[in-house]
Write a protein that binds this ligand. Structure first.
Ligand SMILES: [Cu+2]
Length: 120
C-alpha cells in the first residue's frame, strides 16, 4: 500500500502543474529583447521596428512567430522566402535608410508590418 502512494503522488503533482496553463495550445514565453544587429520577426511586427547600425554590418532577422508565416521584402530589391521559422541575414554596404516589410501583413512601406535599417 505504501509503495502505491509514492507512485501516485508525483503523477498528481505533475497533473496539477500542467493544468494551470489554460487552453490547449501552449504559447511559448516571449523571447528576450534583441541586442546588437538583431531583429525579431513577431506577430505582426518587427522588434526593433527601426535598427540603427553602421554601414558594412550584417543584420540578422530571427523568426519568433509561433509558426505564423512572415516575409521580408526590402525596398531596394532583395527579399527572403516566406517562412515561419529560422533566420535571414543581410549585409548592408552603404549608408542610408533601407525600409522593408512583410508582404503578407502590410500594403506599403509605411504601415502594417514594416521596419527599417538606418546605416551610418
Ligand atoms: Cu507578416
Amino acid at each position: 500500500m505504501r509503495s502505491v502512494k509514492f507512485l501516485i503522488l508525483p503523477f498528481v503533482v505533475l497533473s496539477l502543474a500542467c493544468s494551470s496553463s489554460s487552453g490547449g495550445t501552449a504559447t511559448p514565453p516571449p523571447p528576450p529583447p534583441p541586442s546588437g544587429n538583431n531583429v525579431h520577426v513577431q506577430n505582426d511586427y518587427f522588434t526593433p521596428g527601426q535598427l540603427t547600425t553602421t554601414a558594412g554590418s550584417t543584420v540578422t532577422w530571427t523568426w519568433y512567430s509561433n509558426g505564423v508565416s512572415h516575409h521580408l521584402q526590402f525596398e531596394d530589391g532583395p527579399s527572403d522566402a516566406v517562412r515561419n521559422s529560422g533566420s535571414y541575414q543581410r549585409t548592408f554596404t552603404t549608408s542610408g535608410t533601407v525600409r522593408y516589410r512583410c508582404l503578407i501583413h502590410s500594403t506599403d512601406y509605411t504601415s502594417g508590418m514594416v521596419g527599417s535599417v538606418v546605416l551610418h
